[in-house]
Design a binder for this molecule. Structure first.
Ligand code: PXP
Length: 241
């Protein structure tokens, strides 16, 4: 069985840092821990409002990371410039709304189609692998192929939500399975991401053909609980002296 690659999204390390305007916890340190522990890539989303990762983080991580950096960007001229300059190995184009809490749905591939085409071609000429974050829709897959993308990342948010709420999720799972089959037929590499937990990752990993999972929020959240016992013990030791 072929191993599925894991991309670790470290945006929320920066969210915690920014909540206090401090220099820690450091996203670079998180990126290097991900690398050291077998992550296949590190994902960061440079948002227009810089609410988590900023350009300094991007520069530092790009400089030190040896595994591929996957930069998530909105389709804007500003992000095109930053992506050309920073030249990450992987780029995933995502939709972005200022007021959303997280990336709420897949890209609208019919909006600003000409700019999307230019953006993808320029980034590909710059030798980045281009992925489009889309809903599991057959129409969007055909459009992604026409736009010359290398990969698609299927938005798994809806499925994960149904699984978390213990609701019927088979229809959404079928939609994803059909999308994976169609993508393979079109020669697009398939990734999956958004809202993934241990249980949803387990369910989705059974679909053959998904090559890469990108996981952030749950992974960072669980890491707090796995790490807390050790840190509490360390403080207790310091305070005993
Ligand atoms: N993939 C893409 C394209 C995303 O935009 C995000 C969220 O930034 C993720 C994966 C990770 O989602 P989560 O943080 O819910 O695991």
């Amino acid at each position: 069985m072929k191993r599925i690659r894991l991309g670790v999204n470290i945006d929320h390390v920066a969210t915690v840092r920014n909540a206090r305007g401090e220099t820690y916890p450091s996203p670079l340190r998180a990126a290097l821990i991900a690398e050291k522990n077998g992550a296949d890539s590190v994902t960061i989303h440079l948002r227009e409002d810089r609410r988590h990762i900023n350009e300094q983080d991007l520069k530092k991580i790009k400089k030190k990371l040896k595994i591929p950096l996957n930069l998530e960007i909105a389709a804007t001229k500003e992000m095109l410039g930053i992506s050309i300059r920073s030249n990450p190995l992987f780029i995933c184009i995502v939709p972005e709304k200022r007021k959303e809490i997280t990336t709420e749905g897949g890209l609208n591939l019919n909006h600003n189609k000409n700019f999307l085409r230019i953006l993808i071609n320029k980034l590909k000429q710059n030798k980045s692998r281009i992925s489009l974050f889309i809903e599991p829709s057959l129409k969007d897959l055909i459009q992604a192929k026409k736009l010359n993308a290398d990969c698609v990342e299927i938005h798994t948010g809806k499925l994960c939500n149904l699984i978390n709420k213990k609701r019927y999720y088979q229809n959404e799972l079928r939609r994803i399975k059909n999308a994976v089959m169609k993508a393979k037929e079109l020669g697009l590499e398939v990734h999956a991401g958004h809202g993934l937990t241990f249980s949803s990752a387990r369910i989705l990993s059974k679909i053959t053909g998904i090559k890469e999972f990108n996981i952030g929020h749950f992974l960072i959240g669980e890491s707090i609980f796995e790490g807390m016992p050790k840190i509490i013990r360390k403080f207790k030791k310091i305070l005993k002296k």
